[in-house]
Ligand binder design. Structure first.
Ligand code: SAM
Length: 288
């Protein structure tokens, strides 16, 4: 086992397992909160449910009781035998040992039935994990996550808010974002330093503002917010010039946090067209 095993990041979590900071382990023990989460998920036995980071099974247990079948993805290999023992009498409980960041959720889809993803997510990787899951949007019916409250605020933020940025814009591009309720540190063992919150993400059946190329949208948004306090004229100057932005009705004197999702899509589409044209021009000049 790794040399980190005996490090100081161990906290007692009961039942023979010590919570590890590096795996973002804060185990839920508050039954009131667990019930509330399961009621929000409202699992049915026809659902294809996958839980990320089951830990010692706090949410896993009521989900299995409700549906009889469940997939889980867990990175900490020491938790696997604990989970196997606890749920040995559920033949349709499937453990995928590994990293949810690398897990291909497409493999769980059956006969076009989209999957439902849940998890009290490890906070240290929640943003990259959400981006990974957004890339699976087409096979996902909904997602219910416990996250740091601050991350839920960023997911749900609209233009004009200081929480508004790349995470919220890309989440709202793909999904409807519904913050549900706040959970205090005392509901976990060990307690985290900050408040947490539950959020529901429902992928749009039809995108409200489809971009010609979502990768270009992601790049434009990242560049725009690389300097939050500057105007768009400055933050995007290496990608699209002020005149071109003006031509599509964008006020270049605004800061990135004032621009709506619909406007970002308009900018991304213009950038895409400009770059496609530049590529074509390049081919044409090679032929001459
Ligand atoms: N669901 C449990 C609960 O509510 O008590 C545990 C939640 S704990 C916040 C996060 C869980 O995610 C831990 O079990 C941890 O080992 C697991 N985890 C951490 N990184 C992971 C990763 N990259 N892929 C899958 N699971 C991971």
């Amino acid at each position: 086992m790794s040399k980190h095993r005996n490090s100081h990041d161990h906290q007692p979590a009961g039942k023979g397992h010590k919570a590890r900071k590096r795996f973002g382990q804060n185990f839920l023990h508050d039954h009131h909160v667990i019930d509330k989460i399961v009621r929000a998920i409202h699992p049915k036995n026809t659902d294809i449910l996958v839980e990320i980071g089951p830990g010692m099974g706090a949410i896993t247990e009521p989900l299995l009781e409700a549906t009889g079948r469940l997939n889980v993805v867990e990175l900490d290999r020491d938790l696997i035998p604990i989970l196997r023992t606890k749920f040995f009498n559920y033949p349709d409980f499937v453990i995928h040992e590994g990293d949810a960041l690398k897990f291909d959720f497409n493999q769980l889809v059956q006969e076009g039935n989209p999957i439902r993803i849940v998890g009290n997510l490890p906070y240290n990787i929640s943003t990259p994990l959400i981006f990974h899951l957004l890339s699976h949007r087409h096979v996902v019916r909904d997602m219910h996550f416990m996250l740091q409250k601050e991350v839920v605020e960023r997911l749900a933020a609209g233009p004009g808010s200081s929480d508004y940025g790349r995470l919220g814009i890309m989440a709202q591009y793909h999904c409807r974002v519904e913050p549900l309720f706040i959970v205090g540190p005392g509901s976990f063992n060990p307690p985290p330093k900050v408040d947490s919150a539950i959020v529901r993400l429902i992928p749009h059946e039809t995108l409200p503002f489809p971009a010609k190329d979502p990768k270009t949208l992601e790049r434009v948004v990242r560049e725009a917010f690389s300097m939050r306090r500057k105007t768009l004229r400055n933050t995007l100057k290496n990608t699209i010039d002020a005149e071109q932005l003006g031509a599509i009705g964008i006020d270049v004197t605004l800061r990135p946090e004032r621009i709506t999702l619909e406007q970002y899509v308009r900018i991304a589409d213009a950038v895409y067209d400009i770059e496609q044209q530049a590529t074509l021009d390049g081919f044409a000049s090679q032929d001459e």
